[in-house]
Design a protein around this ligand. Structure first.
Ligand code: CMC
Length: 429
């Protein structure tokens, strides 16, 4: 692409500048040479919410939002969901290539053998209120892990980074399951190394008095596919939080706590919980048109619809919709599905949604599967955080190894008061 340039004429000064264009992008720092005087700071780009700013160069995930394409390291999400498994995908995201057989076996062994958490983390869990939201517990306990592994601060040490990556991917399901058991007042169930990654998670969640827990293979497979679909999504809000916290060279447990907190919000990972609440509130198919009318009148949003990047059907939503049918054959049909399908049908032919290119996103159908599998709604975002951990870590490591990256520190346009003198309290009007 070299040789491509952008010519800028500053009408304040009449000066002309040639800015190089690389990968369809100009460098914001190139704007700084555009000044009206020697002591001028130089031109900046104003971009609230990063609507049109690339914050990094990445080789992890590719999205074409207009065409509805999602690829991890070049592999289409549809092929990975069909033929791979979550741990293999996590390896792919972090290492850039699919593992060879021996690499895969070592990777699975390493993750499987880091699933236990320190008994003091359990005590920390015990301190939470009985109705504590599991996302709040997850944010706190994953952050607390940094105090158990102080060597994690050695972020420039590749071997230490690798160890923390194993631990984080391995322990997130354990923290999540323990948070869930705490909310039910049930004793914690320890990891079972003989089970698969999703199988062990189901074990820690649902094991009762049986000696060994056998996961339902359909649900185990469905959870694995959902984990694959949620593993990464390039520079979304939580990945940006991960890179941002990590850019200060904080340890990865603290950075994952920051990313998990970003995921918690209803505009991001919290949307799946909000979708379920919305469908329950609508209550029946015949009330869908009235609900859509209210959304169009600005009384709330159609949760699980719309995306900053996808202006077409989210490819993950397509896979999840099909998966839901398979899961419902085992669990029984979730009655809210009919409301969701009707909502999608009406929205997709309504001018309001068509004009704004609002399509179902990953969260629209995932909650229905989670609910059918027996999860309470407040566990939904936790189920997003577990697989996203591998994506966050891939983004974090890429950021650390990128020589162009520095501590994240945006600029601002200051519009506040000019300089003024302090006024003692008795003289304030
Ligand atoms: N329902 C109704 N109207 C909507 C919706 C919606 N779900 N989403 C966007 N719009 C409208 C919005 O009001 C605006 O209309 P207008 O131009 O008349 O003001 C227009 O569409 C553009 O919306 P925006 O808010 O400027 O778009 P954004 O890119 O800032 O927001 C979004 C993206 C995902 C936050 C938003 O679509 C939304 O709030 N969706 C519902 C929440 C949701 O499902 N979030 C999950 C996202 S996917 C998974 C994840 O990231 O975790």
């Amino acid at each position: 692409m070299s040789g491509e340039t952008l010519t800028v004429i500053d009408n304040r000064t009449g000066k002309r500048y040639e800015l190089p264009i690389t990968h369809g992008t100009i460098r914001a720092m190139d704007l700084r040479q555009i000044k009206v005087s020697e002591d001028d700071f130089g031109l900046m780009a104003y971009d609230p919410a990063f609507m049109n700013t690339a914050s990094c160069q990445s080789r992890v995930t590719f999205i074409d939002g207009d065409k509805g394409i999602l690829r991890y390291r070049g592999y289409p999400i549809e092929q990975l969901a069909e033929r791979s498994n979550y741990l293999e995908v996590a390896y792919l995201l972090l290492h850039g290539e699919l593992p060879r057989k021996a690499e895969y076996e070592t990777w699975v062994y390493d993750i499987t053998h880091h699933t236990m958490i320190h008994e003091n983390v359990k005590k920390l869990m015990d301190g939470f209120h009985y109705d504590a939201h599991p996302m709040g517990m997850l944010v706190s306990t994953v952050g607390a892990l940094s105090t158990f592994y102080p060597e994690a601060k050695k972020i420039q040490d590749a071997a230490s980074r690798q160890k923390q990556i194993h631990r984080l991917i391995a322990k997130m399901p354990t923290l999540a399951a323990f948070a869930y058991r705490h909310s039910l007042g049930q004793p914690y169930a320890y990891p079972d190394n003989d089970l698969s990654y999703p199988g062990n998670f189901l074990n820690m969640l649902f094991k009762a008095t049986e000696l060994t827990y056998t996961p339902n293979p359909v649900l185990e497979k469905a959870l694995d596919v959902l984990f694959i679909l949620h593993a990464d999504h390039e520079q979304n809000c939580s990945a940006n939080a991960m890179r941002s916290v990590g850019s200060s060279h904080a340890d990865p447990y603290s950075a994952i706590a920051g990313a998990t907190a970003a995921l918690y919000g209803p505009l991001h990972g919290g949307a799946n919980e909000a979708v379920l609440r919305m469908l329950t509130q609508i209550g029946s198919k015949d009330r869908v048109p009235d609900f859509v009318k209210r959304v169009k009148a600005g009384e709330g949003r159609l949760m699980g619809f719309g995306h900053r990047v996808y202006k077409n059907y989210d490819p993950r939503a397509k896979i999840i919709k099909r998966l839901a049918e398979q899961v419902f054959e085992t669990t029984g049909r979730n009655p809210l599905l009919d409301i969701a399908v009707e909502l999608e049908r009406i929205a997709l032919q309504d001018d309001y949604f068509v004009k704004r290119k609002l399509y179902p996103n990953v969260d629209f159908y995932s909650g229905l599967i989670y609910q059918a599998m027996g999860f309470s709604t407040d566990m939904f975002t936790v189920l997003f955080a577990i697989p996203r951990t591998s994506g966050w870590l891939a983004q974090w490591e890429e950021m650390l190894l990128d020589s162009e990256q520095k501590i994240v520190r945006p600029r601002q346009i200051y519009l506040g008061s000019p300089s003024r003198d302090y006024v003692p309290v008795e003289r304030r009007g």
